[in-house]
Design a protein around this ligand. Structure first.
Ligand code: PGA
Length: 252
C-alpha cells in the first residue's frame, strides 16, 4: 500500500488577513499540476474563509487548528467541527502540544473532538509527542502509547483510516532542534505498531503519520525518506511561500 505523503502548514497565531491570502495563493500557484503529495494550510480561524477562497480550484486543502466537540450551543468563543467544514475546510488539527500544555486539553477532550470532526466530514490531524524530560527518562514510547490510546479510543478501523497522526516531539517544536531521522522513525514505527495492534494491518498500512518539529527545507528530505514518515506538519517554515514549497518538493 502506497501512502500519499501529506504536508500541512500550521500557521499558529501568526499573519494578518492580507498576508494570509498572499501566502495561501503563493502556495497554490507554486504547486505543480500533478503534485505527488497532498498539501494543506491551517491558518488562524478568522482567516479560514478568506484562505479557502484564495486557494479555490487549486490542490491545496485548508484546515482549522482546533475545534470544539459540541455541535452548537452556549460555548462562547468556540467553533464546532461542522462550522469548520461548512466554510469549506477539509482538515482540523487536534491535540497539538500547545493546546495540550497551554490550554489544558486532555486525551479525553481530543478523543471527543476526533469524533466530532469525523462526524462533520473533516480529516482530523491528531498530534502526539513527548516532552524533553519524558524522552530523557526513557518514557517516550509509553507516553506516545498513552496519548494514542486516549486520543483515538473507540474509533472503528474505518474511522481511523480517515485520520492522520502527527508525531511532534515537544522539545523539537519551534526550537530548531529537529529529531534525527532515526529518533523520528523509531517513534513512527511504534505508532504503526499501535495501529496494527489496536486496529488491523490494513489500517496500519493506510494511515499517514506526519512528523512535526522544526521541519525545514534542509532537513525535510532525510526525514521524509524514512519508511514510516509519511509527511510533515510544519510550523515556522510554513509561514514563507518558498520554504513551504521547498518542503513540499522534498516530499515529491
Ligand atoms: P515548528 O512547529 O515547525 O515551528 O517546530 C511545528 C508544529 O508545532 O506543528
Amino acid at each position: 500500500m502506497v501512502r500519499k505523503p501529506f504536508i500541512a502548514g500550521n500557521w499558529k497565531m501568526n499573519m494578518d488577513l492580507q498576508s494570509s491570502i498572499d501566502l495561501a495563493s503563493g502556495i497554490a500557484h507554486g504547486l505543480g499540476a500533478s503534485e505527488a503529495c497532498e498539501v494543506a494550510v491551517c491558518p488562524p480561524s478568522v482567516y479560514l474563509a478568506a484562505v479557502v477562497k484564495a486557494v479555490a480550484g487549486n490542490p491545496v486543502g485548508v484546515g482549522a487548528q482546533n475545534c470544539y466537540f459540541e455541535r452548537d450551543g452556549a460555548f462562547t468563543g468556540e467553533l464546532s467541527a461542522s462550522m469548520v467544514s461548512n466554510i469549506g475546510c477539509q482538515y482540523v488539527i487536534l491535540g497539538h502540544s500547545e493546546r495540550r500544555s497551554i490550554f489544558g486539553e486532555s486525551d479525553a477532550d481530543v478523543n471527543k473532538k476526533v469524533f466530532a470532526a469525523l462526524e462533520a466530514g473533516l480529516t482530523p490531524i491528531v498530534c502526539v509527542g513527548e516532552l524533553l524530560e519524558e524522552r530523557e527518562a526513557g518514557r517516550t514510547l509509553d507516553v506516545i502509547r498513552t496519548q494514542f490510546e486516549g486520543s483515538l479510543a473507540g474509533l472503528s478501523s474505518d474511522q481511523m483510516q480517515h485520520c492522520v497522526i502527527a508525531y511532534e516531539p515537544v522539545w523539537a517544536i519551534g526550537t530548531g532542534k529537529v529529531a534525527t531521522p532515526d529518533q523520528a522513525e523509531e517513534v513512527h514505527a511504534s505508532i504503526r505498531g499501535l495501529l496494527t495492534s489496536s486496529f488491523d494491518q490494513a489500517t496500519a498500512e493506510s494511515v499517514r503519520i506526519q512528523y512535526g518539529g522544526s521541519v525545514k527545507p534542509d532537513n525535510a528530505s532525510e526525514l521524509l525518506s524514512q519508511p514510516n514518515i509519511d509527511g510533515a506538519l510544519v510550523g515556522g517554515a510554513s509561514l514563507k511561500t518558498d520554504s513551504f514549497l521547498a518542503i513540499v518538493k522534498a516530499a515529491n
